[in-house]
Design a protein around this ligand. Structure first.
Ligand SMILES: *Cc1c(COP(=O)(O)O)cnc(C)c1O
Length: 251
């Protein structure tokens, strides 16, 4: 009897540890250029539309934080790897609040008071608090999500009155740019907004594959990096920023 041949890792998976190392060293270099401590920056590996084997490969390479856009996928992957920290970075739907409270350490995309109330209500019921970032919209775009910058102060004040909700900071997601330098002015505006908030609310989720180094130079504390770690997303031939998905998640 011959032993089965050693299983070759799937080609996509084999590249993940090296990609993680590259992203980490670029984060560190960007932080150092800005006189920041690289330890201030958390790498959130956005694993949406990638299989859980890819998540495991990144976890094995030292990534402790993962982000997902769809509540169901978040729950499924978090169940397989509960020792990681799971972040929700997709559109917030109120009917998914219970799932998010059960598995997400941080919701990056809070952009409505009903959403805040739904999260808080579920959190209270579970004997915990909902930790969230306010997604701020700094550009005028047709398909924009997020609280307009002009309304941020009022929104934060309203959220303060919601028991069971703990705001940690802001999230921004610029429209795709050809040159990461184009995102810099917007990141600076996010930092300026962030500095006006309480010290407990200074987390800043900004920077994706195309622009995370610029984001770190400007003050990001959470970068959401997908493609640079996992490669192109399946079901996303256009390289959509939101990660288009063949089947729609129920409303
Ligand atoms: C998909 C996604 C990311 C990761 O995008 P990449 O360009 O692949 O790094 C980050 N943040 C959000 C909100 C996303 O939807």
């Amino acid at each position: 009897m011959t032993a089965p041949p050693p299983q070759a890792p799937e080609p996509g998976l084999a590249a993940i540890p090296e990609r993680v190392a590259t992203v980490r060293s670029r984060i560190a270099a960007a932080a150092e250029r800005a006189g920041r401590d690289p330890a201030e920056v958390t790498l959130v590996a956005v694993s949406k539309l990638h299989p859980s084997a890819a998540v495991r490969a990144a976890y094995g390479a030292g990534v402790a934080d993962f982000g997902e856009n769809y509540a169901q996928d978040l729950a499924a992957k978090a169940a397989l790897l509960p020792e990681a920290h799971w972040h929700f970075v997709g559109r917030l739907q109120r009917n998914k609040a219970a799932v998010l409270i059960a598995v997400a350490a941080l919701v990056h995309s809070l952009d409505s008071l009903p959403g805040a109330e739904a999260l808080a209500r579920r959190a209270m019921r579970a004997g915990t608090v909902a930790r969230a970032l306010v997604q701020v919209e700094l550009e005028r775009r047709a398909a924009a999500h997020g609280v307009p910058a002009a309304d941020l102060e009022d929104f934060v004040a309203a959220c303060r009155r919601v028991e069971g909700l703990e705001l940690r900071g802001l999230m921004v997601m610029p429209a795709p740019v050809a040159d990461p330098e184009e995102a810099r002015p917007l990141f600076r505006r996010a930092v300026a907004l962030s500095r006006r908030l309480d010290p407990g609310m200074r987390a800043l989720s900004m920077g994706m594959t195309a622009d995370y180094e610029v984001a770190v130079e400007e003050g990001s504390t959470l970068v959401r990096v997908g493609t640079a770690i996992f490669g192109p997303r399946m079901g996303s031939p256009m390289g959509s920023r939101m990660g288009s998905r063949p089947k729609k998640e129920g409303k």
